[in-house]
Structures are given as C-alpha cells and as structure tokens.
Design a protein. Structure first.
Length: 318
C-alpha cells in the first residue's frame, strides 16, 4: 500500500503586487538577473518559475498601485482534502472565501483566508504540470544554457512573513493546517514564542515552507529559493553583484536557524530574497523534535559567522 501524504503537499507560489508599469523592471530583474523563467504573461500579471520546477509558476507578480504581498499559495492533495482543510479553518474561527476555477492561470477551485495576524493563504488542489525545462526523458540535470551566468535557482523553498503574535499564527498553522515546527526561537525565560519555521514537505532544504517572524501584521519578510550547494551560492553572489544587485546585511553565511548556507539580497522594489542550500532533514511524523533557540542566541541563529545581531534584518521587506 502506497504512502499517502494528505493535506497540504507543497508551497506552490508567492504572489506580489508591484508598482511597475507593464512589469518591465520586474521581468528584467527576475528573468535576466535572478534567472527565473517566464511561463505566461497577462496584461497586468507575470507568471514565473524556476527551471527545475514542473509546475507552471512559483512566483506571480501583479501590476499594482503599491508594493505588497498579495498571497501565498499551497497545493493540497485533492478536492476532499481541500474541503477538510476548509472545515478546519472554519472551526478555528477564521473566515473562508471560496473561489471558482481560474483565480490564477490553470488553477482549479480554491479557498482563501488570512492567518491570524498574517497574510492571505490560498489553498487549491488542481494545477496541471507543464514539465521540466529539461524534460522528463533522460534529462540533462544542468542549468539550461540560456540561464547560465545567473543564479537560476532550482525551486521555491519558503516564504518568510511577519505577524504581531507568532504563537497565535503558529498555533493556527499547526492545529488547523497540519504544519509541523522544524525550529523555534523562544524568549530566554521560555514564556514567549518569538519565531518558528514550519513545514509540510519531507525534504533536506531548510525544513520550512513558512518562516514566522515577529512584526507588523501580514507583511513579507523574504522569499527563498533553493540552490544545490554552498559553492553555488558564493558564485551566485558574484553574478548578483555584477548585475548591480544589493546584497543584504547578512552576506553569504551559515544561517544556523534552518541549517542553511544562505545569501540574502533585494530586488529593485525592496523585496528581500534568499538563495539557500542544505538544511535539516525533516519528516511529518508525531515524534519529530524541533530545534530550539533562545532570544540571547538570536545573533548566532541568524548568522553563525557574525554572531552579532543585526536587528534591521528582522524588519519586513514589503
């Protein structure tokens, strides 16, 4: 009997709105500088994906009057699981909005709701795959020639968000949606949860689909993409600097919180982005034990090589 992974099965996309006429600047940065691939274009929307992703998009960019996080999308196993999760959210006292097929290109029926103090999530079951850029038959697992000389990440790894009450948000995510805590940061007295990394997928790439940080309600902290190893990230930092991209406070570093080797940088609109490699091997099972950090060790958690806390890094970027 095959193992059935029910409920949420993957983080599907992050959707942004950017004040960018015809999305020219966004398209140039994300495709020419970062190395994402444009899948579809609508008059006021871009659908982008990484070259190693079989689904049609993992970053959706809308043209809007201001820069903001619109929503984060998660795919669930099937329609029955979608209905079960809708009921879980309603039982948690959170309002749900139902949407017919077509909210985004190719998407089936979906639901949206807000994390307590956090952003909007969209859950859906149906989204056809369009295949890898390299194909499925005896593929060459190397960066496509057209993307060489850019970071060209493998796939979307996670999104970081800020909420005023991390415990309330994490309780909702774990109890209503079935997320598991991979790592957490507590106050030194153990009385307050300050931050957590939560996941649904089994993987060795940071053990997180959402990173929860304290801060203003519903804001974006960062978007992270996966790379193969730390050597890639060092080289990618050179590609980004050559393209004039601003490297964030923590440059290439071992980020103990998540056990990744990471590079943070910003797009032209101030959105903090991350390239990360490595991470903890995580599994969704009842005996999984989270790693615990304390507030006094926050500097070490965020950058093992620096140790000194850079508080500006905790601020949302959008």
């Amino acid at each position: 009997m095959a193992l059935k992974h029910g409920g949420i099965i993957r983080i599907a996309y992050v959707r942004l709105a950017l004040h960018d006429s015809r999305l020219r600047q966004a398209q140039f940065f994300y495709c020419e500088s970062l190395g994402l691939v444009e899948t579809y274009r609508e008059p006021d929307r871009l659908y982008l994906r990484c070259w190693h992703e079989a689904f049609p998009y993992s970053l959706v960019v809308d043209e809007g009057p201001d820069n903001r996080l619109v929503e984060i999308g998660f795919q669930v196993r099937d329609a029955a699981e979608l209905k079960q999760l809708e009921n879980n959210v309603l039982r948690a006292g959170v309002q749900v909005t139902n949407h017919p097929s077509g909210a985004l290109s190719g998407m089936g029926e979906s639901i949206t709701f807000d994390i307590p103090g956090g952003p909007t999530l969209r859950l859906f079951a149906e989204l056809p795959q369009i295949g890898y850029m390299t194909g499925f038959d005896s593929p060459d697992w190397v960066t496509p020639r057209a993307l060489r000389g850019t970071p060209a990440p493998f796939f979307l790894n996670h999104a970081g968000i800020t909420v005023p009450d991390p415990k309330a948000a994490v309780d909702f995510l774990t109890q209503a949606l079935g997320f598991v805590i991979s790592e957490r940061i507590d106050s030194d007295d153990g009385e307050r949860l300050l931050s957590a990394l939560v996941f649904r997928m089994q993987k060795e790439a940071g053990g997180q689909e959402l990173a929860i940080f304290p801060g203003p309600a519903g804001r974006l902290h960062h978007i992270a993409f996966t790379k193969e190893d730390p050597n890639d990230i060092l080289i990618d930092g050179q590609y980004l600097r050559e393209a004039g991209v601003n490297i964030d406070i923590y440059g290439p570093t071992r980020q103990s919180y998540g056990k990744t080797f990471s590079l943070h940088f910003q797009d032209p609109f101030g959105v903090r982005l991350e390239l990360c490699a490595g991470g903890r091997l995580t599994e969704v099972h009842p005996e999984f034990e989270p790693v615990r950090w304390t507030e006094s060790q926050l500097g070490k958690a965020l950058s093992y090589f620096d140790r000194d806390l850079q508080t500006a890094f905790l601020a949302p970027s959008l």
